[in-house]
Each structure stands twice: as C-alpha cells, then as structure tokens.
Design a protein around this ligand. Structure first.
Ligand code: ZN
Ligand code: ZN
Length: 202
C-alpha cells in the first residue's frame, strides 16, 4: 500500500495495522545497492578474518558481533517508519479504504480539532511556519516537514537520504547514525586487527 511515495506493508498483528511494519521509499534501487554492498563487505570481512591466523579468536568474535549489529541497525533504519505522524497514516488508510462516510468525516474533524488544540501554543509563537498540509490532512508545526520525494509529512526531518531511499526523521534517525558510526568502527577495527596480526607474526 502506498502512503505518499512510501511503499508500506501493514500487518494486522503489528500495532493493529495502523502503522506500517516496514516501508520502502521511492529510490529503492539505491537501497538494494546499499544491501549488496553490505553483504559483499560482510562476506569479505568474514573471509579475511580466517586469513588472520595469529589473532586471538575473541577479537574476531567482537568484530563478527559488530558486523551483525551494524547490519541489524541498517535494516531497522531502512525499513522503519521515518517519522510519519500516526494521524497521517490514519487519514491515508481511511481514504484508500474508501470509508469516507459521514461518521469518519466527523472523526476527522475531531482529530483535526485536537491537533489544532495541541499545536495552538506553537502557533502563537510562530505563525509563519505553521501551515496546513493538504495531502496529509495535517496541521503542521515547526517540527513537521512535508518531503517532496516521499510526498508525505515527516516529524523532525533530518534529511532525505538517497541510499536509505527515504527520509531520516524522528523514527529512524538513531538507527541511521548508529549504522554509519558502526560502519566506521567495523572498518577501523578490521584495520587494527590486520596490523596486530602482522605484529604478532614476528
Ligand atoms: Zn504533508
Ligand atoms: Zn523523503
């Protein structure tokens, strides 16, 4: 199911099917490239580690665990909801399921009203940044930005990442930076292991 340009998979057993279990952005080709790179790098490391014969196996286990955590963070970051507000999912799902009868219209009005009330304090502070997003049916505040690539509102948008093929926002920003930092750690740690192995050889 498409929410904006995000292809979403909703599961009944996951948060009652109101939030996607996983979602993929519009530039998913880049994401496949990213995963191919990750698999190649992991295979290379695992192969190379066996070549380093002078190292204590504990160093290798730590490196292997780092790779596993890195891949895990990458997968979470890529497939998590980047920070699309729940009300946007509710609105778009309702619209796509074609349940726009009288009752749901009222519900929408109520939702909108409650959103307005919640944001009223921020509206007073800065009116110019507040705008109503028509496609998302959302009263935005300063923390919400409508991404033109994803065509959906994102909370606490960091940036739109080509390789993750989606926005980096409130929902996946920690996993995004965790996977990038871990990537450097994995590569650096490998470099250190190669050097240590060479030293032990003598
Ligand atoms: Zn929007
Ligand atoms: Zn985006």
């Amino acid at each position: 199911m498409k929410i904006g340009e995000l292809r979403c998979l909703f599961l009944k057993c996951y948060k009652k099917g109101r939030t996607p279990f996983m979602s993929v952005g519009p530039q998913w080709q880049f994401t496949i490239g990213l995963f191919v790179f990750a698999i190649l790098a992991a295979t290379y490391f695992i192969f190379m580690i066996n070549v380093l014969k002078n190292l204590d196996y504990r160093f290798k286990v730590v490196h292997f665990l780092l790779i596993i955590i890195n891949v895990f963070a990458l997968i979470l970051g890529v497939f998590q909801n980047p920070g699309v507000p729940q009300s946007v999912f509710d609105y778009k799902l309702k619209k796509q399921l074609g349940k726009n009868d009288q009752k749901t219209d009222n519900e929408e009005d109520e939702e909108r009203q409650s959103l307005n009330q919640r944001d009223s304090s921020q509206i007073k502070r800065n009116t110019s940044r507040n705008a109503f997003c028509e496609p998302c049916n959302l009263q935005k505040d300063q923390t919400v930005y409508h991404c033109s690539d994803c065509d959906v509102c994102i909370k606490d948008l960091d940036h739109h990442c080509m390789f993750f093929s989606k926005c980096i926002g409130k929902g996946n920003v920690y996993m995004f930076y965790t996977s990038i930092i871990l990537l450097f750690v994995v590569f650096t740690y490998f470099g250190v292991m190669v050097v240590v192995d060479a030293v032990y050889k003598k």
